[in-house]
Design a protein around this ligand. Structure first.
Ligand SMILES: Cc1cc2nc3c(=O)[nH]c(=O)nc-3n(C[C@H](O)[C@H](O)[C@H](O)COP(=O)(O)OP(=O)(O)OC[C@H]3O[C@@H](n4cnc5c(N)ncnc54)[C@H](O)[C@@H]3O)c2cc1C
Length: 238
């Protein structure tokens, strides 16, 4: 086995939603990798070493001693993790890589577009900015079907309380008309983005999740808003 692959114990398996689970993978002794918020790890089970899948870190680079990933019940690996993974189980972990990195500059506004489980790396973005008391603005635009599908709602609301530069905005696409939700409804639109990204020059857009959502956002931003590709960072899962 190559040296950089490490076996880790699942320290905790936390149900975020009925179909979504966070795994906290405990670093072994003397393991202290250098990595960045927004990167992803690749994991596999000891009994199926050929079947490897990538998961964005939902923890941040300042969270030491463990990696957290948050997995939706989808496909073979997603189903096995959500239905079966438990504290004490072991997974092999290929260390973090990736270029989906937050640009933590004072003047920047990071507008983070996510659907469903695509919100996972943005928890890392918001955590690190809040821990470090950064002035970088971060706004999440999060599309879910109903209010029952919002991952990390409580933590994001707490981070909003602590960090005046962080906002968590949710839109629901499939709520019943009579639902008491007073927030936004409907898909993420160019008009909504424009109303949030008022200083386009200093805005960096991030879109993460299933290919359809990411490509839809890419179209919206580069075609309808006419923004250059350098201001757009994409992480496609398809
Ligand atoms: C960089 C990166 C980061 C990622 N981060 C996350 C993350 O943070 N959280 C997360 O949940 N996932 C994440 N993913 C996705 C993850 O790697 C897996 O792809 C996901 O968990 C699905 O597991 P699987 O690949 O074993 O699914 P597979 O079994 O290979 O299935 C792949 C897709 O095909 C669909 N499918 C399978 N069989 C059928 C069928 N018969 N008919 C129709 N559809 C079918 C599945 O529903 C699934 O959507 C990430 C992917 C990448 C590349």
């Amino acid at each position: 086995m190559p040296k950089n692959i490490v076996e880790m114990e699942i320290e905790a398996a936390i149900a975020e939603l009925p179909d979504t689970k966070t795994l906290r993978l405990k670093w072994p002794e003397n393991y202290d990798p250098s990595f960045k918020t927004g990167q992803f790890i690749t994991v596999y089970w000891p009994d199926t070493p050929k079947y490897k899948r990538a998961y964005s870190l939902s923890s941040c680079a300042l969270d030491k001693g463990y990696f957290e990933v948050t997995v939706k019940r989808d496909g073979k690996m997603g189903t096995r993790i959500v239905d079966w993974a438990a504290a004490g189980d072991k997974l092999f972990v290929i260390p973090p890589v990736g270029r989906f990195l937050p640009v933590y500059e004072d003047k920047k506004h990071l507008v983070c577009v996510a659907g469903g489980s695509g919100v996972t790396p943005f928890r890392g973005f918001a955590r690190e900015a809040t821990y470090r008391e950064l002035r970088t603005r971060i706004t999440i635009l999060y599309s879910v079907r109903t209010t029952n599908d919002i991952i990390f709602n409580q933590e994001f609301r707490e981070l909003e309380e602590k960090n005046p530069h962080f906002k968590f905005n949710v839109t629901c696409t499939r709520l019943a008309e009579e639902d008491p939700w007073s927030g936004r409804r409907g898909r993420i639109s160019a008009d909504w983005i424009k109303s949030i990204a008022t200083d386009m020059e200093n805005t960096v857009f991030y879109a993460c999740g299933p290919t359809a959502l990411v490509e839809g956002t890419e179209q919206l931003i580069s075609k309808e808003l006419g923004l250059p590709k350098e201001q757009l960072k994409l992480e496609k899962w398809g």
